[in-house]
Design a protein around this ligand. Structure first.
Ligand code: ATP
Length: 142
């Protein structure tokens, strides 16, 4: 069995008091959050910062402290089973303009309810539920 570790973020933008979340359409066809492989010697938050920039061009961000959620799933890669762990942080973006890399086919900013509908996998939906609840518990968009 192969093992992979990625790190990513539930990225949100405050449109006044309304929270919008950033979702990406992956080449494989699923809607998910920005994320990517943790490289040798990299801290999780460094991966998150790097991946957000590489995948969306967004640089002006702030981590919301106190949120960290890990998921695990299995998928098949050329006959091998991959056991993958992905850790998600909660990140506020101060920019809305997105410059996609060739890795993704599309992006969208959506409110909570529509993000929940759009996300493909249950583990991603669960991550969003936790992130949204956390954000509300600390007052939402200030
Ligand atoms: P990364 O963004 O971490 O570099 P990647 O783009 O190589 O990853 P994944 O998004 O992990 O790849 O997708 C690899 C496979 O796993 C795809 O077939 C995808 O459909 C599936 N997959 C992705 N997320 C999940 C999930 N949360 N639950 C189950 N399967 C998933």
């Amino acid at each position: 069995m192969l093992h992979e570790r990625s790190a990513g973020a539930v990225v949100f933008y405050c449109e006044g008091k309304c929270i919008e979340y950033l979702l990406l359409l992956y080449g494989a066809g699923h809607w998910d959050f920005p994320k990517g492989n943790i490289e040798e010697g990299e801290e999780e938050v460094e991966t998150v910062r790097r991946e957000i920039f590489e995948e969306t061009g967004i640089k002006n961000i702030a981590f919301v402290s106190g949120f960290r959620h890990e998921i695990r799933y299995f998928y098949r890669k050329m006959g091998d089973v991959v056991n993958k762990k992905v850790v998600f942080y909660l990140v506020r973006s101060y920019e809305k303009e997105v410059r996609l890399s060739s890795e993704h086919k599309d992006y969208v900013w959506l409110d909570y309810e529509n993000s929940l509908k759009r996300l493909t996998y249950n583990t991603a939906k669960e991550t969003l539920i936790r992130a949204h609840d956390f954000l509300k518990s600390i007052g939402g968009c200030p």
